[in-house]
Ligand binder design. Structure first.
Ligand code: DHB
Ligand code: FE
Length: 280
């Protein structure tokens, strides 16, 4: 049967993608950021995952405000990098897994998560920058990817608890899939940042580090966080951390933290990255 073997979270800042694409990773500003991902690149070489369920958010690249799905599952054969205003990133097309995606959609709807099915979806930096960080520069991505886009751009965003529950149901759905697949689940976005308004530039390392601590062995405290608490403590874009809770909910209750990285700042954002192994 299929198994979720690891959970990974990372920030997904567009300027990290630009630094990567322009070959600037060794410059003094960027080197400490990219060094934080050396460990996971070696880990991925050993793990050889087959599929990644990649929880991220679209930034009005593929989904404008005319249609705003709360949870959207990428069911297509492939996904092109989105043009976010400066051309598509020069990265490979993302190959999907429509059969597993259909299974996830069916099981999740049975479990009362009514997913929007995306049979066409261009994927923006929220998805492609983490792929570059995990796998480096490649001719083809070494995994199939099922995008799961979460609405964090238009109120009302789903609650932290709802995201945890979605993760738990994704875990059940993967375990009921008969093919012998090595599946990872990723959550991207965060950590604290605010790109707009009077508090633009806000970063809150105290909140971020407490979040990183609690995510390991006190996740119940994070499941209770309200939208207002995210907004107040982690800035208007810190809400992207709810994608990390989908990942964590899919791990079961107990995890081993294999890797943690935290760095301030990259562009306007506090960069966080963790790798977990589920223990049950
Ligand atoms: C930045 C961070 C993000 O998560 C994002 O989606 C866009 C911009 C930034 O730090 O500039
Ligand atoms: Fe973002």
């Amino acid at each position: 049967m299929a198994r979720i073997t690891a959970g990974i979270a990372t920030s997904h800042v567009p300027a990290i993608g630009a630094a990567f694409d322009l070959g600037r990773t060794q410059e003094p500003y960027w080197k400490p950021v990219f060094d934080g991902y050396d460990w996971v690149k070696a880990f991925q070489q050993r793990e050889e995952p087959d599929v990644v369920i990649l929880c991220y958010n679209d930034h009005a690249s593929a989904m404008m405000l005319d249609v705003v799905p709360t949870f959207a599952l990428g069911c297509a054969e492939e996904f092109e990098p989105a043009d976010e205003g400066w051309g598509k990133r020069p990265v490979p097309t993302v190959m999907g897994d429509p059969v597993l995606a259909a299974h996830l959609a069916e099981q999740l709807v049975i479990d009362e998560f009514d997913m929007t099915l995306m049979n066409h979806l261009d994927v923006d930096h929220g998805l492609t920058v983490p792929l570059s960080l995990m796998f480096g520069k490649v001719e083809q991505w070494p995994v199939r990817v099922i995008p799961l886009a979460v609405n964090v751009t238009q109120f009302p965003t789903p609650s932290a608890e709802r995201c945890w529950q979605l993760g738990a149901r994704i875990r059940d759905a993967v375990l009921s899939y008969p093919a012998n697949l090595n599946v990872q689940i990723w959550g991207t976005g965060g950590m604290s940042h605010q790109l707009q308004g009077p508090r633009a530039g806000l970063i809150n390392p105290e909140f971020d580090n407490a979040f990183l601590d609690k995510l390991v062995d006190r996740p119940d405290e994070l499941r209770k966080l309200t939208r207002l608490e995210f907004l107040r403590e982690s800035g208007s874009e810190g809400i992207e951390l709810i994608m990390w809770l989908i990942m964590r909910g899919a791990m079961g209750y107990t995890v081993r933290e294999l890797q943690r990285f935290y760095h301030v700042p990259a562009s306007n954002t506090a960069v966080g990255h963790v790798v977990y192994r589920p223990l049950v």
